[in-house]
Design a protein around this ligand. Structure first.
Ligand SMILES: [Cu+2]
Length: 200
């Protein structure tokens, strides 16, 4: 990347401009190809990232998550502050609504589960596409975690469960850990925090 000190400054910006224009042309072609794919979810497969802002049942803001689409699934970076300590279940729920704070976030629906699988990462008839390992809330109420699901996609790419379909989706945290086996939600109990998944 180092250029000779004696190089004339004039060609540098021109060369940079040329490369940028070429890259933009390739990118445009790639997007057009992707949009024409019949197997992707109604053209929404181009969604590459999304954000979630969590609120608890008292409507307090308790942190956020960032979802990034990858070739094999979705990576979730999670940063929370203000939850009761211990292991907690976290799932993708099927409906992008968290308005009913005082009714236990029931409006977020059941788990993302277009294939009708049973719940539970350790269930032979599972998992559903909303399942994750538990997160751990430290004594100070904080969580820093990365989660990954190979079962879902923001735009329904690769035939995976479509997170941002018409009904949207929410990330929901429960009061108890998930046992990854029992129906319908692994004994996870009440919903204590919720955040709508919103495309960036
Ligand atoms: Cu759940």
């Amino acid at each position: 990347m180092n250029r000779p000190v004696s190089a004339s400054p004039a060609p540098v910006p021109r060369r940079g401009l040329f490369v940028t224009a070429a890259a933009a042309a390739v990118f445009t072609v790639a997007c057009a190809d992707s949009g024409g794919s019949a197997s992707d979810g109604a053209g929404a497969a181009t969604i590459q990232s999304a954000s979630v802002r969590f609120h608890d049942a008292d409507e307090r803001s308790i942190g956020e998550a960032r979802l990034t689409e990858g070739p094999n699934g979705v990576l979730i970076d999670l940063e929370l502050d203000g939850l009761p300590p211990g292991f907690k279940a976290i799932h993708i729920h099927d409906t992008g609504t968290c308005d009913d704070h005082h009714d236990g976030f029931q409006a977020s629906g059941g788990h993302l589960n277009p294939d009708g699988r049973q719940h539970g990462l350790m269930n032979p008839e599972g998992p559903d596409a909303g399942d994750f390992p538990n997160i751990y809330v430290h004594d100070d109420g904080r969580v820093y975690a990365q989660l990954f699901t190979p079962y879902a996609s923001l735009g329904g790419a690769g035939g995976r469960a479509w997170i941002l379909d018409e009904s949207g989706a929410a990330l929901v945290i429960h009061e108890n850990p998930d046992d990854h086996y029992t129906q319908p939600i692994g004994g996870a109990g009440a919903r204590i925090a919720c955040g709508v998944v919103e495309a960036d």
